[in-house]
Design a protein around this ligand. Structure first.
Ligand code: TMP
Length: 197
């Protein structure tokens, strides 16, 4: 089973992903927790470029760097783990590309759709969307670290991301589980476990 967790900055993805891992560990179920960008040695280099505020990166360059990370991630982590029968949980995947590079940076959906089909990127079985207002998310994100290249974008950018994620959820009701991320982390975890397993 291939699961992705998505949402805007500060929505609580890491907490949920760790909680899901703990749940599977306690039940002796084999799983892998992973993330994008930055889960392979190539991906780590790409991540440091992508998040670096000092870099000037055009939208298309950013899109292709994200896809390079994803293809390497699929080859080296996601596909081998699924073939071994493990549950794979990734913190961000393709819906982040439609949100950030599509709605955020203004790249047309058809360009991203074409890349998805040409590279034969697999879709997750289930996607958890932690939905939160950007005001709350960015406040949370700013208290934990210095804001990166994406987090430092203005509130309109983050509003567009939220809308893109909600639109994707609306278009793919069988794949998405949308959760109000203002709830307590334990409540969110329980809700997601009940829906997933
Ligand atoms: P995160 O690990 O804190 O979520 O940081 C990853 C950043 O990369 C986050 O700001 C979202 C961004 N991102 C994209 O812009 N496009 C993508 O396709 C992915 C996977 C992440």
């Amino acid at each position: 089973m291939f699961i992705s967790v998505e949402g805007i900055e500060g929505c609580g993805k890491s907490t949920l992903v760790n909680g899901l891992g703990q749940h599977l560990h306690e039940r002796n179920i084999d799983y892998v927790i992973t993330k994008e960008p930055g889960s392979t040695s190539i991906g780590k280099i790409l991540r440091s470029i992508l998040l670096d505020k000092k870099q000037q990166i055009s939208p298309l360059t950013e899109l292709l760097l994200m896809f390079s990370d994803r293809l390497d991630h699929l080859d080296k982590v996601i596909k081998p783990s699924l073939e071994e029968g493990k549950i794979v949980i990734t913190d961000r995947y393709i819906d982040s590309t439609y949100a950030y590079q599509g709605a955020g940076r203004g790249i047309s959906k058809s360009i991203i759709d074409n890349l998805v089909s040409q590279t034969e990127i697999m879709l997750p079985d289930r996607t958890i969307l932690l939905d939160l207002s950007p005001e709350v998310g960015l406040k949370r994100a700013s208290t934990r670290n210095e804001l990166d290249r994406f987090e430092s974008e203005n509130i309109d950018f983050h509003e567009r991301l939220r809308k893109s994620f909600l639109d994707a959820a609306g278009d793919n009701p069988d794949r998405f589980i949308t959760v109000d991320a203002e709830q307590e982390p334990d409540k969110i975890l329980q809700l997601v476990i009940n829906k997933l397993f």
